[in-house]
Design a protein around this ligand. Structure first.
Ligand SMILES: [Zn+2]
Length: 369
């Protein structure tokens, strides 16, 4: 993630911190220090750091369970709003999703139980008195329970939303389960929004942020799942573009951009002595033109590593490969010939057209003998 750097590894997973997290840390330390002096400032900073340590353990809980199911975990990043585990897509298996989602909150409940036991042993009788001067350990117990409860709210993008979807998906179809879970999420968001407006009068904008966060998260998840359901039954040939240009590695990009302007071609196949050498997007050329000038050669700008697909491959699978390998263009090859190029734009164009066609839509390509 941009703006973050690695601070270490846990179980082989890189742990990264966004620099804004330190801004948050400084902010809390300053607020506490102004209220109670340097010591209070230090305590405030320690509390936030420990709390975010618990957030890392929460994400680690998701990650380790996911990894047991063969999901690759690229990193865990601490942001000021919480933690994010960057992982490959979670399998659409309700049981696996349920276990992965529940693992995070369970970690926090586990931490709370252990610390709670320690607190109880230290202060038998009256361990949890909520007050301004509550000691460090009881505070951590309460905060960890809070983290677990907050994450269990049954709304996307919280863990609770995933748990709810997984529970629904054991009985009904996955897309419908997502739709229902997303509706509940949006409903929850409106609830938060109403409370948030009241809280805003009390000078606290926090709930309103959460409402927005939940609403956007729920809507995005629903859209992503719907898109996946649409893609599942479409072959690559339907969504590829056949209107691509050809360029040679030695050509200056200025010349190719000139051709692109005349032909409306947005994507180019780079061939060298009749062999495929790379792929090139209009955006990559335009950027290179701005930074390095018109005489930069196609060979310097093209992508030479790219996945390939057959016209009959599943669009869903190919789209996932594009995301995994960060490939903007996929050559579609039939009988050793490139018959089309698949790009995010061509996929978007296909679905835009298909969504307006009451009879469904096929592709413009058919194999020729
Ligand atoms: Zn979580």
């Amino acid at each position: 993630m941009r703006g973050s750097f690695q601070i270490g590894r846990l179980f082989g997973i890189p742990i990264r911190v966004h620099y804004l997290f330190f801004a948050l840390l400084a902010l809390f330390a300053i607020i506490d220090a102004r209220r109670g002096g340097a010591r209070a400032g230090l305590e405030g900073a320690l509390l936030i750091t420990t709390l975010f340590g618990c957030v890392v353990l929460h994400e680690l809980g998701h990650s380790l369970v996911a990894r047991r199911y063969g999901v690759r975990v690229a990193s865990i990043t601490l942001l000021p709003i919480g933690g994010v585990a960057m992982m490959d897509r979670i399998p659409e298996d309700p049981n696996k999703e349920l276990t992965i989602a529940i693992a995070g909150p369970l970690v926090n409940l586990g931490i709370a139980a252990v610390l709670g036991g320690i607190v109880y042993a230290l202060y038998p009788g009256r361990p949890f008195i909520l007050s301004e001067h509550m000691a460090f350990l009881p505070k951590m117990v309460v905060l960890n329970v809070g983290l677990a409860v907050f994450n269990l709210i049954p709304a996307f993008p919280m863990d609770g939303g995933r748990i709810l979807r997984a529970l629904l998906a054991t009985r009904i179809e996955y897309t419908r389960a997502t739709g229902i879970a997303a509706s509940i999420g949006r409903f929850t968001a409106f609830g938060f929004g109403a409370l948030g407006i009241l809280a805003l009068f009390a000078g606290n904008p926090f709930l309103l942020f959460i409402a927005l966060f939940v609403y956007v998260g729920a809507t995005q998840e629903e859209r992503a799942v719907r898109m996946r359901a649409l893609m599942r039954n479409v072959p690559v040939s339907y969504a590829m573009t056949t209107g691509f240009g050809i360029a040679a590695p030695w050509e200056p990009i200025g010349a190719v951009l000139g051709r692109a302007a005349q032909t409306f071609q947005r994507v180019f196949l780079v061939t060298h002595e009749d062999r495929l050498a790379g792929v090139l997007t209009y955006e990559a050329m335009a950027n290179a033109m701005q930074q390095r000038g018109a005489m930069t050669t196609v060979g310097d700008v093209m992508r030479a590593d790219y996945p390939m697909a057959s016209p009959y491959d599943s669009l869903l699978q190919t789209h996932e490969t594009m995301a995994e390998r960060d490939a903007p263009v996929v050559p579609v090859v039939y009988m050793d010939r490139v018959v089309g190029l698949l790009t995010a734009e061509s996929i978007g164009n296909y679905f835009l057209a298909a969504s307006r066609s009451p009879y469904g839509m096929g592709g413009g390509w058919a194999p020729r003998a």
